[in-house]
Design a protein around this ligand. Structure first.
Ligand SMILES: Nc1nc2c(c(=O)[nH]1)N[C@H]1C(S)=C(S)[C@@H](COP(=O)(O)OP(=O)(O)OC[C@H]3O[C@@H](n4cnc5c(=O)[nH]c(N)nc54)[C@H](O)[C@@H]3O)O[C@H]1N2
Ligand SMILES: Nc1nc2c(c(=O)[nH]1)N[C@H]1C(S)=C(S)[C@@H](COP(=O)(O)OP(=O)(O)OC[C@H]3O[C@@H](n4cnc5c(=O)[nH]c(N)nc54)[C@H](O)[C@@H]3O)O[C@H]1N2
Ligand code: SF4
Ligand SMILES: [Mo]
Length: 879
């Protein structure tokens, strides 16, 4: 309770795998107040910029409120019967492997359980894969090779207790910000040292003692070198090694490795090895720079080899730690979400595992072999082998490699169903049936975070329109396909109980995932479920794994795996001389269907960009802030140029967030070839060979409008603002009549217009209004226009002529692009303060401007600005 008398309800953040606890208080009018849960073990009350903005993303503007089939609204009864009938018909005509589900690590465990039971137990195919294939598959495969199960031994407390934390291919500051804050607190308290291994100098390097900008894809060479050095230094733990096999071969492979492949200075590499070897309490955190690689599984094992050899695993303050991306990435792995797994760490290919699950489910049939992995799945769809596809809670037409091709395949599939919050996604747009799903805060279930803590998500809002929970939709389709009893679910508690009981079945096979303590949980207990780290057995909860030397291969031992460096498959050449790296920005989540609704989050980086080293930009004659055409062997994109020495010459970086909805020419996965890791099937999302050329734009534009525009320009990027939308534009040919064009783009055929034209400079400015209110303003010129964009974006409640000046009337300063999204503090404001106020540190910026004093997500950027601008400057900086 708080002052308003309304109860706060405990739940879990919708976004990343840190799994922060939140306290939610609906205001009764559709709004939602959100704050960090001080009692949640993952965050102790902290939230990052995305978690804090959750309340801004629950609006109904974009929501799908009713099922739609073939472009028309239909009732649930018709929609579900259609789905059940079409899947049943495909199975009857072409067999169970002619249908497929593609699901998501953002599903709740209960949703995931029902989807897997339906596909693997009742349809009788293993053609259910998940976007975790693009995310965690290499870690899963690496863990299974080393430990016998897919188990993360680390806990968040290890970060508090470590003396050295190594971040490998992890931009923790932006992607797991609350964990990063926790690490910063530990650094302050005990001087934890930090090493970052990443080809790019990310925000996570801000406080690092050492940054190793390794050659892309060369992580195996780094960790092989480390293993050889551990041996040389006499730091192999012989006692612990008796719990493992494979050391001799792994060491031999490591000793053969040539560290020159890393491209690093030998002294940096040595410094890293000395630090690692000399620090007992070392945690090696790894993420997508490791997983999303054609040698991802080997990278994982190269890291695990070092921790096993040194016996630094499963004890306080040490261990390899794969941090999960999505809120239920871990839960999905536990519940058997991938095409080659069964629930509770059982294997589909193991006959006795399969038989036990079949008995438990009373399932008519079980597939004997793994199903299609994501890339192969969409290939089979393309070939016409899959007759019915159901995509749930993921947007593969944007996030799969060769995204354009994947989108075309989905479109051509004879029958595609998409369950989503909105039909405005690149995937839903090409589906036959779109089902309205209840979203975060509207449905109940559980998620497991990176350190095995299971937490509840709780419904606090009524789903809008006819939206229904994913588990509920799936169960109903199962019943309509003829399996009434097996899918007779009426609550998530019932599903969770069944899943917990299944974990008892897994126990005799010596599996570690055990939540059998929950198998007789009542509805009330489920309602009250507290965040708990598994295992959960009648004997107790939580606990550490592997510290006792007990692993889950048949002999109870861990395996060290001999691995050797293989460079990324993409080879740069004269035609494609740059290596494209991809990843995330601080304030956006994936395809932005939620975070894109928050004006605050959208103002951090409002446009798709490509980071290019200044030397390369110079050599290619790319003007600052210009647009760049990027081509690969499989596709083409246009991005805004951002010159920056955070990327090395020859390398470029672009974020993954933009879509057909927000910036159709900047769907970065259109550029990524479908190269996969041979063991895990995970795509190499971080290495594509590309070319860069200046876009020879005939005109550039900037628009602010009350509703989203639909311009037919070759380049456009739209972002949400407080009062509407801002759009960057460019095209090759100037339209002949700008006024007509503007009316058409903003769909304002009858609006009043005020315009200013300068034909000599090719500039044109128009404001369209309904009299008192400006509805849209468009600025066009032959060169990229310098405008007070952030100021304009706060309009358009202004007088048309003043708007058209592109400047503020009353001397309002141009704050610049937002750096601190909690308090809306812009780059220019911060740089101005640094230049004029003699600021010494980030805390001082906070005292002066508030920036960085709430969630802390922008602190690494503030510190970067301090380093760069600590000399007085007088004029405005451009973003
Ligand atoms: N803000 C935000 N946070 C998120 C998400 C989001 O969309 N937005 N998504 C969540 C999800 S699902 C995930 S999986 C995580 C991902 O979290 P991270 O893995 O931390 O994020 P990425 O930006 O994908 O990639 C991490 C880094 O890998 C580096 N890298 C590229 N190639 C190599 C290489 O060969 N070796 C090494 N060592 N590094 C390399 C990149 O330069 C990049 O800085 O983030 C989660 N958190
Ligand atoms: N090049 C490149 N590609 C990448 C990556 C990369 O680093 N580089 N990263 C990869 C990784 S790690 C990941 S995890 C993927 C993520 O990629 P996706 O999973 O494809 O991206 P999201 O935007 O998270 O898609 C989630 C969808 O679910 C919808 N949704 C939200 N809530 C609900 C709900 O409750 N129910 C249902 N049914 N739908 C809902 C959203 O509106 C959205 O359309 O991208 C991968 N692709
Ligand atoms: S770190 Fe941020 S995005 Fe991740 S769970 Fe916590 S609040 Fe949510
Ligand atoms: Mo992910």
């Amino acid at each position: 309770m708080d002052g308003t008398g309304l109860p706060e309800i405990r739940s879990t953040c919708a976004y990343c795998g840190v799994g922060c606890g939140v306290l939610l208080r609906p205001d009764g009018a559709g709004g939602l107040a959100v704050r960090g849960d001080p009692d949640h073990p993952a965050n102790h009350g902290r939230l990052c910029s995305k978690g804090l903005a959750l309340g801004e993303t629950i609006g109904l503007d974009h929501r799908l409120l009713t099922p739609r089939a073939f472009g028309k609204d239909v009732g649930w009864d018709d929609a579900l019967q259609l789905v059940a009938d079409r899947f049943s018909a495909a199975i009857k005509a072409h067999g169970p492997d002619s249908v497929a589900f593609y699901v998501s690590g953002q599903l709740l465990t209960e949703d995931y359980y029902v989807a897997n039971k339906l596909m693997k137990g009742f349809i009788g195919s293993a053609n259910i894969d998940t976007n975790s294939r693009l995310c965690m598959a290499s870690t899963v495969a690496g863990h299974k090779r080393a430990f016998g199960t897919d188990t993360v031994p680390g806990t968040y407390e290890d970060l508090d207790q470590a003396d050295l934390v190594v971040l490998v291919g992890s931009n923790l500051a932006w992607c797991h910000p609350v964990l990063y804050q926790r690490l910063m607190a530990a650094r302050q308290a005990r001087g934890t040292r930090i090493v970052v291994i990443d080809p790019r100098r990310t925000a996570s390097c801000d406080q690092a003692d050492l940054h190793l900008p390794l050659a892309p894809g060369s992580d195996v060479a780094v960790f092989n070198h480390l293993l050889a050095r551990i041996h040389e230094a006499g730091k192999v733990d012989a006692g612990f090694l008796s719990h493992t096999t494979g050391f001799t071969d792994a060491l031999a492979a490591a000793q053969k490795e040539n560290p020159a492949a890393t491209g690093l200075d030998q002294k940096d590499l040595d410094a890293f090895c000395d630090m690692w070897i000399g620090t007992e309490r070392v945690v090696t955190i790894f993420s997508q720079g490791v997983n999303q690689s054609s040698s991802g599984t080997d990278k994982v094992n190269a890291i695990l080899n070092c921790h096993l050899a040194a016996g630094r695993i499963g004890r306080p303050g040490m261990g390899p730690f794969s941090v999960t991306g999505q809120p239920n990435a871990m839960g999905g792995r536990e519940v058997g979400g991938l095409a080659n797994m069964l629930a509770c760490h059982l294997d589909i290919e193991n006959e006795s595992h399969r038989a036990a699950v079949q008995r438990f489910w009373a399932a008519p049939t079980m597939p004997k072999k793994p199903g299609l992995k994501a890339v192969d799945l969409f290939r089979e769809i393309e070939k016409g082998q899959i007759k019915a596809l159901w995509v749930i809670h993921t947007n593969p037409a944007v996030t799969m490699p060769e995204a354009d091709r994947v989108q075309a395949a989905i479109k051509a599939c004879p029958f595609t169903v998409v369950s989503d919050l909105t039909e405005h996604t690149d995937t839903a747009r090409v589906a036959d049936v779109v089902l309205p799903a209840a979203g975060w805060a509207e449905k109940s279930g559980t998620v497991t975070n990176s350190d095995r803590t299971i937490s509840r998500q709780r419904a606090v809002l009524t789903p809008p329109g006819h939206a229904r929970a994913d588990w509920d939709i799936l169960a109903e389709v199962g019943r309509r396909m003829g399996w009434q009893e097996a899918f007779d679910y009426t609550s998530p508690a019932q599903i969770f109980r069944e899943y917990a009981a299944l974990s008892l079945v897994a126990k005799p096979f010596g599996r570690d995932f055990d939540i059998s303590g929950y198998s007789d949980l009542s509805g009330d207990d489920y309602a009250e479920l507290q965040p708990t780290r598994w295992p959960v057995t009648p004997e107790g909860t939580g606990g550490r794994l592997f510290g006792d030397g007990q692993f889950f291969h048949r002999d109870g031992k861990a395996r060290l795996i001999p691995v050797s460096h293989r460079p990324p498959e993409a080879k740069t050449c004269d035609r494609f001389p740059f290596l494209l790296n991809t990843g995330r920005t601080r304030d956006q989540w994936h395809t932005m269907t939620r975070t894109g609704l928050s004006p605050r989050l959208s103002s951090h980086l409002a446009e798709p960009f490509i980071e290019v080293n200044p030397e390369d930009a110079d050599r290619l004659g790319l003007d600052p802030e210009s647009l760049v055409e990027v081509k690969s062997t499989v596709g083409a994109c246009i991005f805004r140029l951002k010159t920056s020495d955070v990327v090395a010459p020859g390398q470029v970086f672009a974020p993954i967030h933009w879509t057909g909805e927000t910036a159709p020419s900047a769907r970065v996965d259109a550029l990524i070839p479908s190269v996969t890791d041979p063991v895990s099937g995970q795509p190499e999302s971080k290495a594509a060979a590309v070319s860069l050329h200046p876009m020879k734009a005939g005109w550039y534009g900037f628009a602010v409008s009350a509703t989203p525009p639909s311009p037919s320009a070759e380049y456009r990027a739209t972002a949400k603002t407080e009062k509407g939308y801002r759009t960057e534009l460019a095209g090759y040919e100037m339209p002949s009549d700008w006024e007509e064009t503007a009316r058409d783009w903003f769909q304002l055929p009858d609006a009043l217009s005020t315009s200013v034209e300068d034909p000599k400079r090719g500039s044109f400015r128009i404001a369209l209004s309904d009299g008192p209110r400006v509805l849209a303003v468009l600025f066009v010129s032959r060169e990229p226009a310098t405008l007070m964009r952030e100021y304009l974006a706060t309009l358009p409640d202004a007088e048309p002529h003043q708007l058209l000046s592109g400047r503020s009337a009353n001397g309002v300063e141009n704050g610049g692009p937002i750096v601190c999204s909690c308090f809306g503090v812009g780059l220019n404001t911060i740089v101005r303060a640094i230049g004029t106020q003699n600021i010494g540190d980030v805390d001082e910026i906070g005292r002066l401007l508030q920036a960085g004093t709430n969630c802390g997500s922008c602190r690494p950027e503030l510190s970067g600005l301090l380093a760069k601008h600590s000399v007085p400057i007088l004029q405005d900086v451009e973003p």
